[in-house]
Design a protein around this ligand. Structure first.
Ligand SMILES: [Zn+2]
Ligand SMILES: [Zn+2]
Length: 335
């Protein structure tokens, strides 16, 4: 679990943690969905039937400011449903946001319509807070840094279909410079507007022992999932200072580091790639992997190091190990 270069820098082994344990099963999930309880055209049961037919294992129904619907009789048989909600509003500085709270507890007291209070309450509950469609909303990177989001929508399928604002890769890489644990989520944000289905275009694959709410949420919090528009990661493993992945057939495999750094393999004029091994540069404070298939569909890993922010704080407080050179370059959060 530790690279030779890290050892050279005298880093205690336990301080560097790699994300991903892909020894469980993969479960397909959609975390951003709407029903007739807010502004979608499908009922809850119709939505469950749609996603179950596409082999999803779990969904989170995130109606606007709506308490989760009590589980219906079909839920257990069709797919697992995680409590969720989408809130929107202005923060104290007048910036407008949409945010998903996944695993939110259905308490009326947190759905008062007060955006910043609800955000604080959901965070205190332990819900996973996802900065939704920042490009579509028109947020700035600075606005993303202002609140305690656990991650962002790296791809929102409805936003992409509607006006081409579905991707948030530059936001993600910008956030990773400040918080190397920041997670990426692909979602549908489906509303089933007639003539604009916009669904099954972005999802997450969670590796877990079982498809229970507790197992799935725990592995989402750990970032033990990837986001996809089509291609799949089968396994993500580590050597001494390398990451090894196996995938569905793809044309590109990219290791993406901070700013101008990165490496890639391609299968142009060759048989598709199904695996790759990259050396992990010790001076990167974050690294993530992107794969792309022949149709241009992509999948994204989360950052490979985890708890990096905590490690950085320990270093800053003088209570942790010295990090390798270059990893000190994490930028402070700004208000
Ligand atoms: Zn929204
Ligand atoms: Zn939405």
């Amino acid at each position: 679990m530790i690279s030779s270069s890290v050892a050279v820098n005298h880093i205690p082994e336990k301080k560097i943690e790699y994300r991903y344990d892909t020894t469980g099963r993969w479960f397909k999930g959609s975390l951003h969905l709407h029903t007739v309880s807010s502004d979608s055209h499908l009922t809850f049961d119709e939505l469950v039937a749609k996603y179950a037919a596409k082999k999803y294992d779990f969904i989170s129904v995130t109606d606007h400011w709506c308490l989760p619907r009590p589980s219906g009789s079909r839920d257990a048989a069709a797919l697992m449903v995680i409590n969720g909600v989408e809130i929107d509003g202005f923060d104290n500085l007048g910036s407008y946001y949409h945010v998903l709270a996944i695993g939110a507890k259905p308490e009326a007291s947190v759905l008062t319509g007060n955006f910043t209070k609800s955000l604080r309450d959901f965070y205190a509950q332990g819900a996973v807070l996802i900065w939704a469609h920042p490009h579509w909303t028109g947020n700035s990177l600075r606005e993303g840094m202002r609140h305690k989001f656990h991650g962002l929508e790296v791809y929102n399928h409805s936003s992409e279909c509607e006006n081409g604002s579905g991707y948030a890769l530059s936001y993600w890489d910008g956030m990773l410079l400040h918080n190397p644990d920041f997670l990426g989520f692909a979602t549908d944000d489906s509303h089933f507007i007639p003539g604009q289905p916009s669904w099954n275009g972005g999802w997450i694959m969670v590796n877990a022992a079982a498809c229970t709410q507790q197992e799935i949420l725990q592995n989402i919090r750990r970032g033990n999932f990837y986001s996809s528009q089509g291609p799949d990661f089968s396994s993500i493993k580590y050597g001494r200072n390398t990451v090894k992945i196996t995938t569905s057939p793809v044309t590109y495999i990219r290791l993406i580091g901070p700013r101008r750094t990165g490496q890639h393999l391609n299968a142009l004029d060759k048989e598709p790639l199904r695996q790759a091994e990259f050396e992990l540069p010790p001076d990167w404070h974050s690294a993530r992997i992107e794969i792309e298939d022949a149709a241009g569909k992509k999948a994204w890993s989360n950052p490979l190091w985890q708890n990096y922010s905590r490690m950085s704080r320990q270093v800053a407080a003088g209570t942790g190990a010295t990090l390798p050179p270059g990893r000190h370059s994490i930028l402070p959060f700004q208000g």
